[in-house]
Design a protein around this ligand. Structure first.
Ligand code: AMP
Length: 114
């Protein structure tokens, strides 16, 4: 599989503003923020879409959510609230085919999403 742009970011081949890293998970600031806080949280393993997840990925995906929560707390947006978004394929608006969670906060979001 060809490296995704996010794998290139993990490998430091493309610069990013890194927020968090461990053995399995990586997080960096979105280059085109849609909110005062907009962080992208990804598994280091390149999984193209949510449709490619398997049962054994449940721990990894759970870890992704825990990292998102911890970042939200560390950036002081947890109490006011925030939004986590996973886009999948065309109708979901996915443009980078490496599973990622958008952590957005620092403003109020409307619902239902447009
Ligand atoms: P999605 O549309 O859900 O696939 O989201 C992809 C996100 O990746 C968008 O919000 C982009 O702004 C963001 N993005 C794309 N390239 C980069 C980059 N080089 N550094 C940081 N964020 C990026």
């Amino acid at each position: 599989m060809e490296d995704s742009i996010f794998t290139k970011i993990i490998k430091r081949e493309i610069p990013s503003d890194i927020v968090y890293e461990d053995d399995d998970v990586f997080a960096f600031k979105d280059i085109s923020p849609q909110a005062p806080v907009h962080i992208i949280i990804i598994p280091k393993r390149q999984i193209p879409t949510l449709n490619n997840l398997e049962d054994q990925d449940s721990l990894l995906m759970g870890k992704l959510i825990i990292v998102a929560k911890n970042i939200a707390k560390s950036l002081n947006i947890a109490e006011d609230g925030y939004r986590l978004v996973f886009n999948c394929n065309e109708n979901g608006g996915q443009t980078v085919f490496h599973i990622h969670c958008h952590l957005m906060g620092g403003r109020k979001f409307s619902w239902p999403a447009g």
